[in-house]
Structures are given as C-alpha cells and as structure tokens.
Write a protein that binds this ligand. Structure first.
Ligand SMILES: Cc1cc2nc3c(=O)[nH]c(=O)nc-3n(C[C@H](O)[C@H](O)[C@H](O)COP(=O)(O)OP(=O)(O)OC[C@H]3O[C@@H](n4cnc5c(N)ncnc54)[C@H](O)[C@@H]3O)c2cc1C
Length: 388
C-alpha cells in the first residue's frame, strides 16, 4: 500500500512527471503482482520490458545513446519509488544501470556508439559479474582469467551470486589479464549468448526470490578485443567506480523499502484497536512509527547529498559508502520495528512486512557489505600527513 506521498524537491517539471509516471506504474503494475511473484519465485520479465519501454531502465545515461539524460538525484528518487512498490524491480533496475556503467563511463566513443543504444534501449537486461565464491569482499582475489589470443580474449572461470545471472542479455565481467591483485584485472562486455557462457541453478534465497541470483560459468568464452572496456589492468578501477554509483542505488532501494514498511504499519496502527483504542494512540507504538519516519527522512537526505556531489562532478565515494551503510542499516531496523507494530499479523504472509524484513537483510550485504562500507569511510578519516 502506498498511502503517503513524499514531497520531493525535483529540478524540472520533466523530473516531476517521471516521479508521477513511476508512482502510477507502482500502483497499477508493481504492488498487485509483487506478493505472488515473490512467493513462487518467478522473475517478472514483462515488468522490466515495461520499464524499458517507459525509459526507466536508462535514466542516468546520455540521451544521444537512448538514455534519459537525468541527474543522479532524479534517477535515484525514481528507484526509491519503484522500491516502495516492489524491491526486486528497483534492485534489478539498479543492477542494469550498474551493468551499463562500464561502457558509458569508460568505453571509447566507438564502443559507446556501438553498444549503448541496445543496452539502454530497454529491451535488454544486464548483469554485473564481479564476485566469485572465494572472492566477495576481497574481489581483487578473483581467479576468472581472460587470455589474449590475437584479436580476441578467451575467458575462463566462474562468477558467483550474479543478480540476473540466468536471465541477463549482456554481462559486464571483471577478469584477470595480468598478475595477482587488483592491478591485474580488466573489464569485458560479454553477450550472454556467447558460446561457453552458462548460468547455474538460481540460489534459494531468504528474500528477493523473484530476482534470480546464480553463478555464471565462462568456458573458454571468446570475445572480440573491442569488447574490452578500458585499458588492460583498469578493471578494478572500473568495478569500484561502478560500485560507488551502485551503492547509491542500493541506498535508494533501502529507503523505498523502509518507506513501504512504514506506510503499511502506520495504516494498520490507525485501524487496529486494543484496550478500547486504536494502537497508534499508545506512545509505545506511535514512537516506533515516529522514529521510523525520522530515520527514513535522514537516510533519504544522505543519499541525495551524495547524489548531488556526483551530479556536481565532486568525489562521492565516501558519501556513497555512508549513504549505503546508513540507509540499509536503517531499512533493517525499520522493517523489524514495523513487523512489531503489527504484532502477530506482522509475522505472517497476509501482510508484506515479513517479506520486507527479509528483503532488507540482503541490502546490508550486496555491493560491499556494511563492514566494507565502514572500511571505506574509515580510510577517509586517516590524517593526511605531509611526506617526510
Ligand atoms: C542476493 C545477492 C545478490 C548479489 N548480486 C551480485 C551481483 O549481481 N554481482 C556480483 O558481482 N556480486 C553479487 N553479490 C555478491 C555480494 O556482492 C557479496 O556477497 C558481498 O560482496 C560479500 O561477499 P561474500 O558473500 O563472499 O562474503 P565474505 O567476503 O566472505 O564476507 C563474510 C563476512 O566477513 C566480513 N568481512 C570480509 N572482509 C572483511 C574485512 N576486511 N573487515 C571486516 N569484515 C570483513 C563481511 O562483511 C561478511 O560479514 C550478490 C550477493 C547476494 C547475496
């Protein structure tokens, strides 16, 4: 249920229209289908097709290549609205945008012209292949290799935990072209139909069951040298840049999810009675709602602050890590408290709250666990001492 309208500061009437369009889509298409799809674990490809047709899968990219030409502050608020309706859709849109970032930000003019129109056109879906089973937080320890043979690279290895692994059309893949460590990694754009690419069986997850996550194997997959994005050895930098932006996407998803939980709980608390009164008249309940509203508003402002820095061309890695840490810890706490507001009804599938709580958990893990976000933030606090 979406029963509160967030009064957003938007830079243009076009961006205000985009938010309206998204709210309408959420009410008509996302909210009605979410519970069932998540219960049975079916991937809603048709919803992504609709998002693509509406231009909502490529908002932050240049219009000349089929993108929406929107600043991060607008794109992320659209994601937040999507997450209020169905987190799988918002997460999927964020992962797709992440998968396009390598080409959009590090590709040559020829690569952008050749690949982006199809990637941004809305008919295809991307996956971002960084993690391996032994290399998650320590992504620089990856073993997937890309060996140069003439005008091709031959990629061999196995990626793990890939969102959209079994359903993606293209893959942004990090693979080792040099020695050990983060400097030996390069980035490739690989069609999912390339010979030798195969997805594993989807993981059986706690939440986000409609969003398929699987391993992806590369068995001597041959890709044209023109599909290497950036220079050899630049892959880790490309991956980290993608994650800085991706973390803002996860922050927006977390805020939208928490807002959805608050909306349901506030509505329930206004109609449920105990001891002859509606339960929102008890301070023990209304303060849970008030704390949630304040924490959501604070997390929203933090991701928007980081987004404004990105839009202004300023460094935003630390701020993105702060936003991801704050928003996802907040979403876990808020969804847990909102289950409490519903009492027993919060613990069963008649209401979406138990699902929201399960979905919040993974946001503390993906795109760098919250321990890793703390490491990024702590690194920025180290005093800069002059050399010598
Ligand atoms: C549903 C889902 C979808 C995902 N989608 C994708 C995707 O699309 N693409 C992709 O590439 N990956 C994806 N991932 C992988 C995700 O990014 C990793 O799970 C995450 O980075 C953590 O890696 P790990 O699971 O190997 O945990 P580990 O790295 O083994 O960490 C285990 C624990 O140790 C802690 N830890 C590790 N190192 C440190 C340290 N230095 N200091 C303090 N604590 C530390 C971690 O915080 C964690 O609590 C997905 C994961 C899930 C669950």
């Amino acid at each position: 249920m979406v029963n509160s309208v967030i009064d957003r500061e938007l830079p243009t009437t076009e961006s205000a229209d985009l938010i309206e369009l998204t709210r309408d889509l959420v009410a008509r298409e996302l909210l009605p289908g979410a519970d069932k799809s998540e219960a049975v674990g079916t991937f809603p490809r048709e919803v992504f097709a609709q998002l693509g047709e509406l231009g909502l899968l490529s908002l932050p990219y240049p219009e000349e290549f089929g993108g929406g030409g929107q600043p991060a502050v607008v794109y992320l608020q659209v994601l937040e609205e999507l997450a209020r309706g169905w987190a799988t859709i918002a997460l999927g849109a964020s992962v797709h945008v992440l998968s396009c970032s390598g080409v959009a930000e590090f590709g040559t003019a020829e690569q952008r012209e050749r690949f982006l129109p199809e990637m941004l056109g809305g008919a295809t879906l991307g996956a971002y292949c960084l993690s391996e089973s032994h290399a998650g937080s320590d992504a620089g320890a990856m073993r997937t290799r890309a060996v140069r043979e003439g005008d091709e690279y031959v990629i061999t290895g196995e990626k793990a935990w890939i969102t959209h692994g079994p359903v993606a059309d293209f893959l942004l893949v990090a693979a080792r072209t040099g020695g050990e460590g983060s400097r030996g990694i390069s980035t490739f754009l690989v069609p999912a139909t390339a010979a030798g690419v195969s997805a594993g069986v989807p993981e059986r997850k706690m939440g986000f069951r409609a969003s398929p996550t699987s391993g992806v194997r590369f068995d001597e997959v041959r890709v044209d040298i023109e599909r290497r994005i950036g220079a050899e050895g630049q892959g880790f930098r490309i991956a980290m840049a993608a994650l800085d932006s991706g973390r803002l996407g996860i922050s927006a998803c977390a805020v939208g999810l928490a807002q959805a939980a608050l909306d349901v709980a506030a509505d329930y608390a206004g109609s449920r009675t105990a001891f002859g009164r509606s339960i929102d008249e008890f301070q023990g309940v209304s303060f849970l709602l008030a704390d949630a509203a304040a924490a959501i508003a604070a997390a929203r402002q933090l991701y928007l602050y980081a987004a404004r820095r990105k839009d202004a061309g300023k460094p935003f890695s630390t701020e993105a890590a702060m936003a991801k840490l704050t928003a996802t810890d907040m979403a876990m706490a808020v969804t847990t408290d909102m289950v409490q507001v519903l009492g027993g009804a919060g613990y069963v599938e008649d209401h979406p709250l138990e699902r929201y709580m399960r979905e919040a958990k993974v946001l503390q893990i993906v795109e760098g666990t919250n321990q890793i976000q703390r490491m990024v933030i702590a690194r920025s606090l180290k005093p800069q001492r002059p050399a010598g």
